[in-house]
Design a binder for this molecule. Structure first.
Ligand SMILES: Nc1ncnc2c1ncn2[C@@H]1O[C@H](COP(=O)(O)OP(=O)(O)O)[C@@H](O)[C@H]1O
Ligand SMILES: [Mg+2]
Length: 268
């Protein structure tokens, strides 16, 4: 499978706002405490970003959100999500990782930035609505598709934010954006992602979605016990497990469910 599409707009002209992130290891006080005890962070030296999209994959708990959040804080975004103008905190739980990170900037300055995390999207939506109420625009909720984010489903709100609020020429960080989206909407998100890239944006996305991961102008990093390593799309578990399951669902179900059946039989 080809990972790059030479016909894609923006393919050749893409330049990085962010070249890399580096962990200043001598500034870390305690590698035995969170977040530095997380293996992917503990072994982090320098991670180069793709000028278009960099994906972070890895098991639950492998450190994707911790790393993404620290990059977001370093960029001046709110740790719970939002752009640079959004400074609120419902939970003050973000880690001190950002204090030991250095961002290596590339050429140009982004005119937009946004950190979108599925788990605190509700709080971001509330905060955006508060701001909207304080500064009523001529068209209510114009930036969010003409409708309050809370009056939309989670998936709809997510997509209308992507569609309307993100202006391009920006740096965007998304944490599991697929979690609210149907497969069809994940395909719409892919189209949107490409629109943002064509508008000279750079994105870093933590995801479990085999659909989003297929985006061709991207680098994929896998976080694991062994650290952080680049991986090809077709070598990811996301791709392989989904492919194997969909190719032979009955066989996979037989294997998965028969071990459970054996357990049940041995208990009776
Ligand atoms: N505030 C915290 N304090 C202590 N440990 C945490 C905290 N937040 C996350 N962790 C732990 O750090 C590890 C990485 O978490 P996280 O970055 O959320 O993983 P991922 O996003 O890849 O699922 C997990 O083992 C998690 O339990
Ligand atoms: Mg996470």
């Amino acid at each position: 499978m080809h990972r790059s599409n030479p016909h894609a707009k923006g393919h050749l002209s893409q330049r990085s706002f962010l070249n890399a992130v580096r962990l200043e290891r001598d500034r870390v006080q305690n590698f035995a405490a969170y977040p530095f005890c997380v293996p992917a962070i503990q072994r982090l030296q320098r991670l180069e970003f793709h000028p278009a999209v960099t994906f972070l994959v890895g098991e639950n708990g492998s450190g994707k959100s911790t790393l993404l959040e620290a990059i977001a804080v370093k960029l001046g975004c709110n740790a719970e999500g939002g752009g640079s103008g959004l400074q609120f905190a419902t939970h003050d739980t973000h880690s001190p990782l950002h204090r030991c990170l250095v961002l290596e900037r590339g050429g140009g300055t982004p005119s937009d930035r946004f950190f979108l995390r599925a788990e605190s999207f509700y709080n971001v939506a509330s905060e955006l609505e508060k701001i909207e109420a304080e500064f009523p625009s001529r068209i209510p909720f114009e930036a969010y598709g003409g409708k309050s984010l809370h009056a939309q489903s989670h998936g709809e709100a997510f997509l209308s934010l992507l569609n309307n609020r993100l202006q391009g020429n920006g740096i965007y960080l998304f944490d599991e954006p697929e979690s609210a989206l149907s497969p069809q909407r994940q395909l719409s998100a892919l189209t949107l992602l490409h629109r943002l890239v064509c508008e000279h944006s750079q994105l870093v996305i933590a995801t479990h979605s085999p659909l989003l991961l297929a985006y061709p102008q991207a680098k994929i990093y896998q976080l694991s016990e062994a650290g952080i390593a680049e991986i090809r799309y077709t070598d990811t578990e996301h791709y392989q497990i989904t492919r194997d399951f969909l190719n032979q669902p009955e066989r996979m179900l037989d294997i998965l469910l028969s071990s459970q059946d054996d357990d049940l039989k041995s208990q009776t």
